[in-house]
Ligand binder design. Structure first.
Ligand code: DSN
Length: 455
């Protein structure tokens, strides 16, 4: 059989994988584009095929998960290198193993790029991901039993901001603030009252489902008033901050934590940024406090992503992410969807599906079948359970990385409306709508390259 690709690639692929299509039993060949694909294909065709299938799935799906993105081919390459072979406990110039001549330079490059991009005095690029980064902050600044404060998880916060099922909620006396029921926005008066009453040692701002601008100066004022350390968890918005599309917490928060793989568009990892005052305590908390050797291949990928985020084009990208979210939000509202807080200021949209007569979980499943990948989510004051909540969370960072703009966002809103409306009307009759939308989505995704895959 003559191989046919899902789309033309600029560079000839180095390997092919045949995959039997479940729907028609036909073998379709598509390109392996990972680094050294021939080696993987030869050594482990089963795994090579699975990776290839995931590449194809990512290329043909509209990735609307607010915490995901597509890294560039350069980030992907740097992340899949011999750097994974090396142990490097410690920090540049102070390691516990020999052979760090190159690793020290790589980590220093990542650190310097992080400092310069965000304008901070200190950066630790070793945390394995966002949760360990936040844990390191607790270890550096608080003791078990201390009072800590963060946004409640069902209001848009994060597990590691002291939620009950997280180690941070078990080991610390965690108190929470909410969003207002009528506005869906953080009530800074409530934050202040709770802080004054509870006197937390740490205050977290930021979270995972916040569609509105975070008021860092207001949080800083409250933290100063009660003598708390303010931690800005900017995991979701780091790329927007770097690209000038969201105000920066620098100069307001004492410590900033972020993952590197959301709007910042790097590999899966994290960073802790601070001024010199906290540098030593943070470094000690990350290693030897919590972690062993850093993942050097990830550090290299982070360095590449930080270099990309420092380019002028990244500012355009960040602005377009926000413009796309606004366009998507407007079209959804025009179609009768209720958005928490009535819209968005950033990359993220939280839909309350209650008025549409369908839960977030079945909606997300039907949408995934139609090629629109999102996640179900609680909405503030959700009467339903977290595993079957009322909300659907969307984000525009990934689609914007594919070059999609406002016109495509309006198409996305239309498809979302069509699938949700059909599913709410009759879940047993939704298949025809899903099949049609899936076809239209495939046509759209075929017109937009997938960063990191089409090369
Ligand atoms: N899992 C991340 C998110 O989706 O926002 C948070 O940790």
């Amino acid at each position: 059989m003559e191989p046919t690709t899902r789309k033309q690639t600029a560079v000839a692929p180095r390997a092919w994988v045949l995959r039997r299509q479940p729907d028609n039993g036909e073998d379709v060949a598509f390109a392996m584009t990972a680094t050294k694909p021939d080696a993987l294909l030869a050594a482990d065709p089963q795994l090579a095929e699975l990776i290839s299938a995931e590449e194809q799935r990512q290329a043909q799906t509209l990735k609307l998960i607010a915490s995901e993105n597509y890294v560039s081919a350069a980030v992907l390459e740097a992340s899949g290198t011999v750097l994974t072979n090396k142990y490097s406990e410690g920090y540049a110039g102070r390691r516990y193993y020999e052979g760090q001549q190159v690793i020290d330079q790589i980590e220093t490059l990542a650190v310097e790029r992080a400092k310069s991009l965000f304008g901070v005095e200190h950066a630790n690029v070793q945390p394995y991901s966002g949760s360990p980064a936040n844990l390191a902050v607790y270890l550096a600044t608080a003791a078990p039993g201390d009072t800590v404060m963060g946004m409640a998880l069902p209001m848009g916060g994060h597990l590691t901001h002291g939620w009950s099922v997280s180690a941070t909620g078990i080991w610390f006396n965690a108190v929470h603030y909410d969003v207002r029921k009528d506005t869906g926005r953080v009530d800074m008066d409530q934050v202040r009252q709770t802080a004054l009453a509870e006197r937390p040692k740490l205050i977290f701002c930021g979270g995972t489902a916040i569609p509105r601008t975070i008021d860092f100066p207001a949080f800083a004022e409250i933290a100063r008033e009660v003598g708390a350390v303010l931690v800005a968890d900017i995991a979701h918005i780091a790329g927007l901050v770097a690209g000038g599309a969201h105000p920066s917490p620098v100069g307001h928060a004492d410590i900033i934590t972020t993952t590197t793989h959301k709007t910042l568009r790097g590999p899966r990892g994290a960073m802790i940024l601070s001024n010199e005052q906290y540098a030593k305590a943070i470094d000690k908390a990350v290693f030897p406090g919590l972690q062993g050797g850093p993942h050097n291949h990830t550090t290299a990928g982070i360095a590449v992503a930080l270099g990309e985020a420092a380019q002028p084009e990244f500012r355009d990208y960040a602005a377009q992410v926000v413009a796309n979210a606004a366009a998507l939000a407007d079209e959804l509202m025009a179609r009768g969807f209720d958005l928490v807080s009535g819209g968005t200021d950033n990359h993220l949209i939280l839909i309350d599906l209650t008025s549409k007569g369908i839960g977030g979980k079945p909606a997300a499943k039907h949408l995934d079948n139609a090629g629109l990948e999102a996640n179900y989510n609680t909405v503030p004051y959700d009467p339903r359970k977290p595993f079957d909540p009322s909300g659907l969370r969307l984000g525009t960072a990934a689609l914007t990385s594919r070059g999609m703009k406002e016109a495509e966002m309006r198409e996305v809103a239309r498809w979302l409306d069509e699938v949700v409306t059909a599913a709410a009307a009759d879940p047993d009759a939704v298949d025809a709508t899903i099949t049609r939308v899936r076809g239209e989505v495939t046509e759209l995704t075929g017109r937009f390259a997938t960063p990191g895959l089409d090369r």
